[in-house]
Design a protein around this ligand. Structure first.
Ligand SMILES: [Zn+2]
Length: 867
């Protein structure tokens, strides 16, 4: 049980007062010489407003000890103002001097018993001294005082205190905003507290847009306020992470001891699984405030990840030692666990939080999310509804319940292994294919990794990316994900929402189902990298062209030494420099897995997963099952470098400065190409110039060369497709087709290529090729009438009647222009086995097109046939 006792290191204590003042002057704004003199001489007359301002500045800039001393002198000298004890107690709170803070507010309330802000602060402080009943009395007294003499409490700070107390008593947040905060802002726009309270309320309700507006407006009135800056940084975390980081850095420049900022940074480190660094920073935070509950709670969460249950309990108890009713401790630990996919343990903590305070909304919302991710839908939705009933202002629950309505309209395909939810139309079109693929994944991957899966897996596929984001992340407008797996629940975006970047939904579901297997095997105790690594690796096992493969950019990153060490790979997924870097993180992880499988066998991966399940940290597990991490890192680096060196060996990848070649003088480029006939990037640039200048035959030669030296290139600007287009224009269709066929083979996402090939095969009446290619197209996007029609025709020709029926049903679901024709074709296909239905479709066809001659004949035939 280490780390429970610690020494206080408080840097300011060792500084002389003069030094403190000097550093303050440097960091913030200059103090008047007079005020420094007054301070140093400790003479009275501190009651002047400017002195109070200076003291508040000490508080805002983190000079807590100096702030306490200054305010203590002022209080001693009987300087008038309820702000003095307020400021002093806040500084004491920041340092974890909870008992002293209580003495300060007690003394303050003796003199300023009417002060609501002091009472509100006292309420917080009493709880932090485990005096909950006295705290409740204080809270109640705020309203008693206000109702007795409302006229007295129209200043900004009193309005804010009243608002905060009203929230605690369950007043509607919207009403609090209007009645107290907005009023305070309108009448006293230069006072920070109302901006802060208003912004924080929006943050609490997950209304980030409103929060950022409020904080930004507040900062115009009160520039450089560290708490407002911090609020803005929090509000921008998702929409503008870069700006959020800059703001956070600004806060720490103004106040290096700003605990909420320090804790936000620590949260980021924990998110990236950088536990060692997080622990060092937590030590520093606890040196500022040795009793900070959130710091102890974070240590408890890390201990949980590191499988140190005794430490976890000790830290947990430490976190609760000053406020044993505090639901935020359980909430925070649970939330961190859930962020690492430990939903079951997270949910247990949220239940404990609710035991401490039944009305603690964040815990209920988190519990709802956890249970929905665990597939415990009945109670998950119940908690969401309860949270919404308690507070209709929270955007997370509001969005969740909107989604619930949406899901109610979905179709469910359920069998012994899966519960698949899809939009009704999509379910009709490709629900069966989804089912087939998932069963295949289940059979292959469960067997391979030795998993006995006895529970049903829920798979939800959303045509609306916002619905997907709300279901997955609890908020709309999160892009960049095709699918997510929580363990027993998979969510995915449907082809309807990926028009610009077609991606095989089959590969997405295969990848996500692989997560099901590995998360199940480890009880979700997996670092992100190995989870992603195995899923991408398994994509490639299923289809060598699924999953991430080496591309020129990865080659370059590897050869430049920009790979992340195995031991830190999970951090590569957090705060990536660009979208390329996050893709690279997936690629690197999958290559580690490939390397481990190649050198130590799949059995080793299974053993590592078993170790993880038992709570062994990943690096220990790897060392135990392979060799020392140092050796492994070294050998892996050599192996990966060899892969990069071997990549597209016919192409010249040398570093060349192409910029001077892009001038008007094309002759220079011509000469350069002669000297560098295989330079991939050079040839790519050269080809675009040739295309611009319409030098067709040279363009053809260059594109051919490009295809020859790096045929696997599937980037949007790839030479194969450019050349195919050229051939198409020149009506050299056979050559076009040959190129497209090569490309179709290596690029499972090339929807345009599949569609063009289908066109060609139909002209050639090559029905089995049509059939094969449509299947490839539908693995990317089955929501297409033309390819469904091609499939129907091919199936009729190939005597695949059942599939032809399905294709026509899909066409009807897609609302075709000529519905009558589709109904007629369906009727003909059903004629032999189901006359009743065939007749129905014929009648519908005739209803749509009363002069449809073929349909009349069919109806006649059907009526005569009927006994
Ligand atoms: Zn994944």
């Amino acid at each position: 049980m280490q780390r429970v006792h610690r020494f206080r290191v408080w840097p300011d204590v060792s500084l002389s007062l003069l030094e403190q003042l000097r550093s303050l002057t440097l960091r913030t704004r200059p103090l008047s010489t007079l005020s420094i003199l007054i301070f140093l001489l400790s003479v009275p007359a501190l009651s002047a407003a400017s002195e109070l301002e200076d003291c508040e500045l000490l508080l805002r800039t983190g000079q807590y000890q100096a702030c306490i001393q200054t305010s203590a002198v002022a209080i001693e000298m009987k300087a008038y103002g309820s702000e003095w004890p307020l400021v002093k107690a806040q500084a004491e709170l920041a340092l974890g001097q909870y008992a002293e803070a209580q003495q300060t507010v007690d003394a303050g309330l003796k003199r300023y018993s009417w002060s609501l802000p002091l009472r509100y602060l006292a309420w917080q402080i009493y709880h932090l001294n485990n005096e909950h009943e006295a705290a409740d009395v204080l809270l109640a007294s705020i309203h008693e005082l206000a109702s007795r003499s409302a006229w007295r409490y129209t200043d900004s700070d009193s309005l804010v205190a009243l608002g905060q107390a009203s929230l605690l008593r369950g007043m509607d947040p919207g009403e609090v905003l209007e009645t107290f905060y907005d009023r305070a802002i309108q009448e006293y726009p230069d006072q920070r507290e109302a901006w802060l309270a208003s912004g924080n309320l929006a943050l609490d309700k997950h209304d980030f847009a409103l929060a950022s507006e409020t904080f930004a407006a507040g900062l115009k009135q009160v520039p450089n306020d560290p708490d407002l800056l911090f609020g803005l940084s929090q509000a921008l975390q998702r929409s503008d992470p870069q700006r959020a980081a800059t703001l956070a850095a600004e806060v720490l420049k103004i106040n290096p001891y700003h605990l909420p900022s320090r804790m936000a940074e620590i949260a980021r480190l924990i998110d990236s699984e950088e536990y060692a660094t997080a622990k060092i920073q937590l030590d520093q935070v606890l040196a500022i405030n040795p009793h900070l509950a959130s710091a102890w709670a974070s240590l408890a969460a890390i201990a949980h990840f590191e499988n140190r249950p005794f430490d976890e309990t000790a830290y947990y108890q430490e976190a609760l030692s000053h406020h044993d009713h505090d639901p935020r401790v359980d909430y925070l630990i649970g939330k961190i666990l859930s962020e690492h996919y430990r939903f079951a343990e997270g949910a247990t903590y949220q239940k404990q939080a609710l035991e401490k305070d039944l009305k603690f909304l964040p815990a209920r919302i988190q519990l709802a999310q956890d249970q929905l991710r665990l597939g415990q839908e009945v109670s998950g939705w119940e908690h969401a509804l309860q949270a919404h009933a308690q507070d209709g202002y929270d955007t997370t629950t509001f969005n969740l319940l909107e989604l619930k309505d949406q899901l109610a309209r979905f179709k469910t395909l359920e069998d012994e292994s899966f519960i698949i939810r899809m939009e009704a139309r999509e379910a009709d079109i490709y629900g069966q294919q989804v089912k087939t693929l998932l069963h295949q994944a289940r059979k292959t991957l469960c067997q391979k990794y030795g998993l006995q899966l006895d529970q049903k897996i829920t798979v939800e596929i959303f045509p609306d990316p916002d619905d997907f984001a709300v279901r997955t992340f609890g908020m709309p407008a999160v892009s960049g994900y095709l699918g997510v797996c929580f363990g027993k629940v998979i969510t995915a975006n449907s082809p309807a929402s990926q028009a610009d970047h077609p991606t095989s939904w089959e590969s997405v579901l295969w990848h996500e189902f692989c997560h099901v297997v590995t998360l199940e095997l480890t009880s979700n105790k997996m670092p992100r990298w190995i989870s992603e690594g195995i899923s991408v690796y398994e994509e490639r096992q299923k289809n060598p062209y699924w999953g991430e493969a080496m591309i020129p950019q990865y080659r370059e990153l590897i050869l430049k030494g920009e790979t992340t060490p195995i031991s830190q790979l999970s951090s590569a997924f957090m705060n990536p420099k660009s979208s390329l870097h996050i893709q690279f993180a997936y690629f690197q992880s999958s290559m580690v897995v490939e390397y481990l499988v190649q050198n130590f066998g799949l059995e080793t991966i299974r053993e590592i997963l078993g170790d993880l399940q038992a709570g062994v940290p990943i690096n220990v597990a790897i060392e135990r099952r392979t060799k020392t991490l140092g050796e492994l890192e070294e050998e892996y680096a050599v192996w990966l470098k060899a892969q990069a060196d071997r990549f597209a060996p016919r192409a010249d990848w040398s570093e060349q400065d192409l910029r001077p070649l892009l001038s008007d003088d094309t002759k220079r480029f011509d000469d350069w190409v002669r000297e560098h006939p295989n330079h991939f990037r050079g040839l790519m640039a050269y080809a675009s110039i040739l295309a611009e200048e319409n030098r067709v035959s040279e363009l053809e030669t260059t594109l051919k060369k490009l295809v020859e030296i790096y045929p696997e290139y599937t980037g949007a600007d790839n030479a194969s497709l450019q050349l195919a287009q050229l051939y198409q224009k020149q009506k050299r269709f056979d050559e076009e087709q040959q190129l497209l066929e090569q490309h179709a083979h290596i690029n499972p996402n090339a929807l345009d290529v599949f569609q063009r090939l289908i066109e060609r095969y139909q002209e050639q009446e090559n029905w089995s090729a049509v059939y094969q290619t449509v299947r490839k197209a539908h693995a990317v996007n089955p929501l297409n009438q033309e390819t469904q029609q091609a499939l129907a025709t091919a199936c009729i020709k190939l005597d695949r009647r059942q599939e032809a029926i399905q294709a026509y049903q899909a066409i009807l679901a897609l609302e075709p222009h000529n519905k009558a024709e589709a109904h007629y074709q369906l009727a003909r296909l059903l004629q032999k086995e189901n006359q009743q239905q065939a007749k129905r479709h014929t009648l519908i066809a005739l209803e749509q097109a009363p002069r449809f001659r073929a349909a009349h004949l069919l109806l006649l035939e059907l009526t005569t046939d009927t006994p």
